[in-house]
Ligand binder design. Structure first.
Ligand code: CTP
Length: 425
């Protein structure tokens, strides 16, 4: 495959060298297109020696080959790592002021970007808007990892490890990673050194996203769940050897595409009724069911087949709600498979009288799931962000684990808490 590796000017550019070597070792032809700033971190000869191809940054180099168009047109996959805040901004606005950005405009193949920057820059509304725009256009923007940044600070913004970027990017084009013949299109399947394979041979079901309850054919009652934590749980389980069914309630392609394929079966649903059916069908032979989806407690009693019209001068008819079944509580009280472990999430806000954790403890006892991961949500917390913080409770409301970090790190910590509960039979 012909891969075009864009490198923009951040300290993480050194990791692009490792990514380049990895992709070459896997037999891909890689052409590196750095920005001018990237070459202040890593010299062109390094990229040239490792890729075996020339390196240029400018549209005016090699003009007779019209390379500012040809490179993008000829690529099967474009990966930009690291993608700085400046590169994301230029790509989002369609600038064409160097070879990398013109290439991005000419490319018709899948484009994967791996941002890296300081947390403040990553969280700035301008960067968030640029990422949202790129994702809307179908660019696969990988969430940065959390951890130590360039200075003494740490937080979200680290470039994921080259292995992880390669796995994700090759998964997007269904190229998989050699050495994992069983799951050639699987972006998450390769065992990462040090990561346990403790879900090998297990089937796990994860629900993710937020349900939508139709009011009429064009309107619905929904919620702000992005589904990222559920998708991270699915990816982490796959990487630990499980066969995964991801019941995806209204997830954007940017959220779910990176995990689709190989050992992850994605079942798309919208309403609570559909989610319940899909979860219960998949749960029949599952070892674990994790209900990470935000499920609507109520639905409109009636769902007219025609659009509700506004009538001038007349107050709107109230929407009568009826209660939905509680999918988690049903599974917890009557599991569908022997020794099935059932895990829930509780997104809580806390209030004047009761803290987030107290609400969580009461819910853990009420729902009866083996484990309940409690997290605080609010306008700025939990939904749509790339980091999370959870306290894991048992069915008596006792704390068994705590985890904070990227949603992937939280996912792995949750699997660490789940796997000891699995029967060894
Ligand atoms: N859940 C479910 N079915 C529902 C509602 C919730 O399976 N009808 C699951 C969610 O997937 C989650 C857990 O229950 O794993 C907790 O969801 P949450 O909305 O926090 O709980 P509720 O029971 O709806 O409690 P609250 O009164 O706080 O809304």
């Amino acid at each position: 495959m012909r891969i075009l590796l864009g490198v923009s000017g951040g300290i993480a550019a050194y990791k692009a060298v490792l990514l380049l070597r990895l992709l070459r070792e896997q037999g891909h032809a890689v052409r590196v297109v750095p920005t001018v700033a990237a070459l202040r971190f890593v010299g062109a000869p390094t990229f040239e020696a490792l890729s075996g191809e020339p390196v240029s940054t400018e549209v005016f180099d090699d003009v007779d080959a019209v390379q500012h168009v040809a490179l993008g047109q000829g690529a099967d996959l474009v990966v930009v790592a690291p993608a700085t805040a400046d590169l994301l901004s230029r790509a989002a606005t369609g600038r064409a002021d160097d070879l990398l950005t013109t290439t991005l405009l000419a490319a018709r193949c899948p484009v994967v970007m791996a941002p890296a920057m300081h947390t403040e820059m990553w969280e700035h509304p301008a960067t968030r808007a640029n990422v949202a725009t790129l994702r809307e256009r179908g660019v696969h923007v990988i969430d940065p990892a959390s951890g130590r940044l360039t200075g003494a600070d740490s937080g979200a913004g680290r470039l994921p490890e080259p292995e992880e970027i390669a796995r994700y990017a090759l998964g997007v084009v269904g190229a998989g990673v050699p050495g994992d013949a069983a799951h050639p299109a699987d972006p998450t399947a390769t065992a990462v050194p040090g990561r346990p394979q403790d879900l090998q041979g297990r089937h796990v079901v994860v629900s993710a996203g937020g349900t939508r309850e139709p009011i009429d054919p064009v309107r619905f009652i929904g919620n702000r769940s992005s589904g990222r934590q559920g998708v991270a749980l699915a990816a982490a389980a796959r990487a630990r050897g499980a066969a995964v069914t991801l019941v995806a309630a209204n997830l954007g392609p940017d959220v779910v595409d990176g995990v689709r394929g190989g050992g992850v079966t994605v079942v798309e649903v919208s309403s609570t009724a559909e989610l319940r059916d899909a979860v219960r069908t998949a749960a029949r032979d599952a070892d674990v069911v994790v209900m990470a989806a935000a499920v609507a407690d109520f639905r409109p009693a009636a769902s007219p087949t025609a659009k509700i019209k506004k009538v001038a001068g007349r107050a709107p008819a109230p929407i009568e709600l009826v209660e939905n079944p509680d999918v988690l509580a049903e599974l917890a009280s009557s599991p569908l498979g022997p020794d099935q472990v059932v895990v829930g999430f509780a997104a809580e806000t806390g209030d004047e009288d009761t803290s987030v954790l107290e609400h969580g403890r009461a819910k853990a006892r009420r729902k009866g799931a083996h484990l309940l991961a409690v997290n605080a949500v609010g306008h700025e917390l939990g939904f749509g962000t790339d980091v999370n913080e959870v306290t894991v409770l048992d069915r008596h409301g006792e704390t068994v684990a705590k985890a904070a970090g990227s949603k992937r790190e939280v996912a792995d910590a949750l699997w660490d808490a789940i796997t000891p509960l699995l029967s060894t039979i």
